[in-house]
Design a protein around this ligand. Sequence first.
Ligand code: NAP
Length: 277
Amino acid sequence: MSAIMMDGKALAADIKRDVKAKALSMEHPPTLALVLVGDDPASVTYVTHKRRDCADCGIRTVDYTLGAETTQEELLGLVAELNGRRDVDGILVQLPLPSHIHERTILEAIDPKKDVDAFHPFNVGRLMQFVPCYVPCTPAGIMALLRRYDIDPAGKECVIINRSNIVGKPLAMLLLQAGGTVTVCHSRTADLARRCRQADILIAAAGKAGLVTADMIKPGAVVVGVSMARDDAGHICGDFGPAVGDKASYLTPPTGGVGPMTRAMLMVNVLKAAENR
Ligand code: NAP
């Protein structure tokens, strides 16, 4: 058996097309404030991609590129200003922040209505109560990908390898809300292989190349990879070893799966913020 590849790139393009059509029909364009502090190369790249996605979708961006020496008070001042601006629908402060700035203090200062990353405790709490407002982009993208392939988590064993705030925890809530029975694994989980073998839907986001081997896959399982880990030859393989695709029914490709979906779901959240303005 060879798994069907789940094409996140194509679905993301469809979603972005829909966002653009709606954005262009609005009297005032949806507007995202993109805040970057410092010059971490990965963060600069992520912000560049987000700016480009916005341009593709008819979303206006206002950019704030601040020096690494920016103080927490200065950043809080900017967030307060953006919270108050009626022409700004969404605020995204790119993480990680320099170590002298307390990330949680900044994230909690963002108006929950403009919290398009969905990291504010208000939005996290809504998700816990199964009444989500904004949903974090990576888990939202994974759920949209499952829906596109008519994969219904209801009644299924869902195993997530990740317990972070941006992937594992919100995804667990979404799968639970969708009727799945959810197991959340992490670096302290005993006998990861046994838990993976129980999974009808396995989502791996450990960032460890080759962590999940073919013998850990239940035949016919749906297997979603989030991480961009590279093998010894430098190729992106995610968390999966070779031949996982021979056991799975559906599989995300190492690139063009969850990554583009994450980016598309940010556009969905900004549009939603503009519609709710
Ligand atoms: P993170 O905070 O480092 O989380 C990694 C998780 O994997 C942690 O829960 C960790 O357990 C667990 N883990 C690590 N080694 C493990 C092992 N040997 N066995 C079982 N669990 C293990 O990272 P993150 O921010 O959630 O991101 C996870 C990965 O996804 C990264 O590679 C990141 O680059 C990627 N990512 C991709 C996208 C995308 O759009 N494609 C979006 C977000 C993240 P502990 O909690 O015990 O440490």
